[in-house]
Design a protein around this ligand. Structure first.
Ligand code: 4AD
Ligand code: MG
Length: 479
């Protein structure tokens, strides 16, 4: 008999017909010679209830129906007398596809997140991780649909690269060399000419620079792939391997970039509300009672567009009024997550797009704002800053902090090269990037959304290790 997925069985109203379902036992209980099995096959958060008479089954079979066991059940679909479910199945035959003994590590309710990370190979079978992983899939579909519908082309950028996009130097190296027997020159520098690529290569931290090549040919592209950062930061917001979405668009200015960031995030959140109702309701009940309210709230809000300099003024004002921060926040300092969260959660109480950051801690490729005679600069809507600024546009979110990092790109070859010189950057491996500014350069802009940070927001989970199936973090590459 052909198998019906649980999600379809629960919708089916052909009462009286025989049906076959397969899945894993979530629980089994019995009373007065009747047993009840909650069976789940991952197609939905909901279980289908299997009802049977002990007398109709072998004792050995009944004993083997334990939490975690895998079953194939044939029986009659009937209307359920129980509350909270439309139908159930009156079992006529049960085949045990896979036994599961009592060493099964996830049968206890209320296991901690930390414990579940140690059994990441099995945690997708829990209700919560099932919900998160289905939402994760739906968010990926939302992203592809958004860009496809808006005329962007999915552009595949390399994972192995010889350049460092963010210039932060926290890259994982890729080599086939024997690390214990490296060829070195007289100065002790490693010679890569006999390595696989004949030069030093790493895993990419961002597809942006190649994405710009796509945008300046196809007009609008996006990437969606894994990126790698060897940041030794053990925080609930950082992974060593995470997925990033990077749209890059020709002829887009700062205001339009912010419009895109806001529209795109809202589209994703709306998609979750429209397509992940059961899973969100489950998470709202079990994980975070304000989740759905928060998601709906974001759709109603207009994101604040805030020059960095104004943000610093607000933070300084807060300090004057007694607010204590761990890290300093004077003009020129990179904001810590406590500062971002103060602005978003306490001051504005809505998402903030921060613009016009000081040049000192942003990337070389960002568009430089016009400088003034006194060493300051003029940025978004004529806002004045005391030092040189660039058209970065990061989106800061409640409970997450930075969810998007973006910018308008410097399209002038001369200005870009001036910045390269100021930073004393070696551009040998980026000669092709500079060509975009030599041959038909154009204004363009783009951003990177951290996929897992979006999933954190949409699920209400607190730790980024719990929204990706197999997290990679310092000292952890298991599974
Ligand atoms: O702000 P970032 O470093 O920006 C870039 O890489 C640009 N090249 C993107 C672009 O303009 N095309 O990273 C972008 C986003 C961050 O806002 C954050 O959401 C996420 O990527 N992110 C991380 N997520 C998880 N773990 C990490 N270690 C992350 N580092 C950045
Ligand atoms: Mg950033």
């Amino acid at each position: 008999m052909k198998r019906t997925k649980v999600i379809d069985a629960l919708k089916c109203t052909a009462y009286g017909n025989d049906i076959c379902v397969k899945g894993w036992v979530r629980s089994k209980r019995g009373s007065k010679g009747i047993f009840f099995i909650a069976l789940n096959d991952g197609s939905t958060i909901k279980n289908v209830q299997i009802v049977g008479d002990d007398a109709n089954f072998e004792e050995d079979t009944l004993k083997r129906i334990t939490t975690g066991a895998c079953l194939s059940v044939v029986g009659k679909l009937v209307e359920s007398p129980a509350a909270g479910q439309a139908s159930e199945i009156q079992a006529t035959s049960i085949e045990i596809l896979g036994d599961c003994d009592n060493t099964y590590p996830i049968q206890r309710k209320g296991a901690s997140w930390e414990f579940l990370r140690t059994v990441a190979h099995l945690r997708p079978r829990t209700n919560t991780f099932g919900a998160i992983l289905r939402i994760r899939h739906n968010m990926a579909m939302a992203i592809h649909t958004y860009f496809h519908e808006h005329g962007y082309f999915y552009f595949h950028t390399p994972l192995i690269t010889a350049s460092d996009c963010e210039g932060a130097g926290n890259m994982f190296q890729v080599t086939t060399k024997n690390l214990y027997d490296l060829k070195k020159d007289e100065q002790g520098k490693i010679i890569y000419d006999d390595d696989f690529f004949g030069e030093q290569t790493s895993l990419t931290v961002s597809g942006q620079l190649e994405g710009e090549l796509g945008a300046t040919a196809l007009g609008a592209i996006y990437t969606f792939g894994p990126t790698f950062r060897a940041e030794n930061s053990n925080t609930p917001r950082h992974l060593a391997e995470f997925w990033m979405i990077e749209p890059e668009v020709a002829f887009l200015d700062q205001e339009e970039l912010m419009d895109l960031e806001e529209d795109f995030i809202k589209y994703c959140v709306r998609w979750a509300l429209d397509n992940c109702k059961d899973d969100l309701e489950f998470l709202n009940k079990m994980i975070d009672k304000t989740l759905i309210e928060r998601l709906e709230g974001v759709l109603k809000e207009t994101f604040v567009r805030l020059p960095y300099t104004e943000g610093i003024n607000i933070l300084q004002e807060a300090i004057k009024n007694g607010k204590k921060f761990e890290f300093p926040c004077n003009w020129g300092d990179d904001l810590a997550s406590e500062h971002e969260r103060y602005l978003v959660e306490e001051h504005f109480k809505k998402p903030v797009i921060m613009t016009d950051y000081p040049r000192s801690f942003k990337s070389f490729y960002m568009k430089q704002n016009q400088e003034t005679a006194d060493g300051g600069s003029v940025g978004y809507k004529g806002a004045v800053a005391p030092g040189p600024t660039m058209q970065g546009t990061d989106v800061l979110f409640p409970s997450i902090g930075e969810i998007i990092g973006g910018s308008v790109r410097e399209e002038s070859y001369d200005k870009l090269m001036a910045e390269v010189k100021r930073r004393d950057m070696d551009m040998t491996h980026l000669w092709w990037y500079l060509d975009t500014r030599k041959y038909g350069s154009c204004p363009h802009a783009g951003f990177g959304l951290g996929f897992e940070r979006l999933i954190l927001f949409v699920t209400g989970m607190q730790n980024i290790r719990d929204v990706i199936p197999f997290p990679r973090t310092p000292r952890n590459a298991e599974f």
